[in-house]
Design a binder for this molecule. Structure first.
Ligand code: UD1
Length: 355
């Protein structure tokens, strides 16, 4: 059995880690293709090093561009890669431009496609990720859903017979990393002289929050007005947009900092009082670490975090301040994202549906 994983953006490297380990344990031949969508070392290389992922077998070096230019460059390059390797499965991850490019190239060449993290929906058609995930689900042959809610979305779209609930692979790597960093001091806390439990960790990178200068200014104003230090781990997109709009990211309570390696991020979140983010991954990681999250979006795909009280949607300065100041939610042992062994199930499903 030969599986090609196509990845390109930071969250996909995190999801790839447990898959690479499970594939190796099952004796599956696993070819890793990196599209090059993310190329900064702190968005790419450090994840391969820290999470023990083998170096990519193929690197397309596509880089940044408008959606069409970036996706088209990947499409053009992937045809030849799939043709050369003749995979039994092409495994695509999440909802980025790398996901849709790989799914489209593979189905047109008649290679079976499995979509990891299938069925998530924001129902917000302004998000490029929503188009990427819907189109990928409808192109794919096997839909690996992380949650029951995701499986229900797929059933409602007529895709129920291709769907299997496997759990969330990000939970696998999160639990492993949490246990590895447990008890170790956070590098971020030491570097910035923070007091554990008295600062927030923030990330903002969605186009809807960054690309309109007025909206970015509003989000920055909301974060900088909070009554405790807020460390903004600035993705290159927000750093670039803030610079071109003349917006300072270190202002008031807000402290701009470069993105962190994965173990350092988990240690920082564990030491924090809460997370403020528009990242899909981080709001869920916060819940799994039982750290309250405030999500700067009008909706979320990870509705379980909201239903359980560990995540609150907030958009204006006042909403952000109120959400961050809310009391700690009721403790819960609910496990909507699985048991930390989703990747083994993914590989088992690929083997069961292969040939
Ligand atoms: C992409 C995904 C998003 C995911 C995010 C995780 C799409 C449509 N979006 O968004 O779903 O949550 O990754 O981080 O695929 N840049 C750099 N260095 C890099 C990469 C990007 O400087 O290594 C800058 C460039 O200015 C680039 C911009 O960031 O134009 C946006 O990068 P891009 O990969 O297009 O989208 P992300 O915002 O990272």
């Amino acid at each position: 059995m030969k599986v090609i994983s196509v990845v390109g953006a930071r969250p996909q490297f995190v999801k790839l880690a447990p898959i690479a380990h499970a594939a190796a344990a099952a004796g599956v031949e696993h070819v890793i293709v990196h599209t090059g969508q993310h190329y900064d070392p702190m968005l790419s290389d450090v994840f391969f090093e820290d999470l023990g992922i083998p170096a990519p077998d193929v690197h397309l070096g596509v880089g940044s561009g408008s959606h069409g230019v970036q996706t088209g460059a990947m499409l053009g390059a992937l045809d030849g890669v799939f043709d050369e390797h003749q995979p039994d499965w092409v495994l695509v991850y999440g909802d980025t431009n790398s996901t849709i490019a790989a799914a489209l190239s593979a189905v047109k060449l008649h290679f079976p496609v499995a979509h990891l993290e299938a069925g998530l929906r924001s129902f917000n058609r302004r998000m490029p990720e929503e188009h990427n995930r819907v189109l990928t689900d409808h192109a794919a042959d096997l839909l690996l859903a992380p949650t029951d809610v995701a499986a229900q979305h797929l059933a409602a779209e007529g895709l129920g017979d291709k769907t299997v609930v496997v759990g969330d692979v990000m939970t696998d790597v999160l639990f492993t990393t949490r246990d590895a960093v447990a008890g170790a001091p956070s590098k971020l806390v030491a570097e910035l002289g923070l007091t554990p439990g008295e600062f927030s960790v923030a990330t903002i990178h969605r186009a809807d929050n960054t690309d309109d200068p007025a909206r970015l200014a509003e989000v920055v104003a909301g974060l900088s007005a909070l009554d405790h230090p807020v460390v903004l781990l600035a993705h290159p997109r927000v750093a670039a947009r803030a610079a071109s709009a003349g917006i300072q990211l270190t202002t008031g309570s807000l402290i701009e900092h470069a993105p962190l390696a994965y173990p350092d991020l988990i240690a920082a979140v564990l030491a924090s009082r809460g997370v403020v983010t528009d990242s899909g991954g981080l709001q869920k990681e916060a819940f799994l670490l039982r750290v309250p999250a405030t999500t700067v979006r009008t909706e979320t795909e990870w509705v379980e975090t909201i239903d359980l009280g560990w995540n609150v949607l907030a958009n204006t300065s006042d909403e952000i301040a109120a959400a961050v100041a809310r009391p700690r939610p009721a403790e819960t042992d609910a496990a909507p994202y699985g048991d930390g062994h989703a990747a083994d199930r993914v590989v088992a499903e690929l083997l069961a549906h292969g040939d």
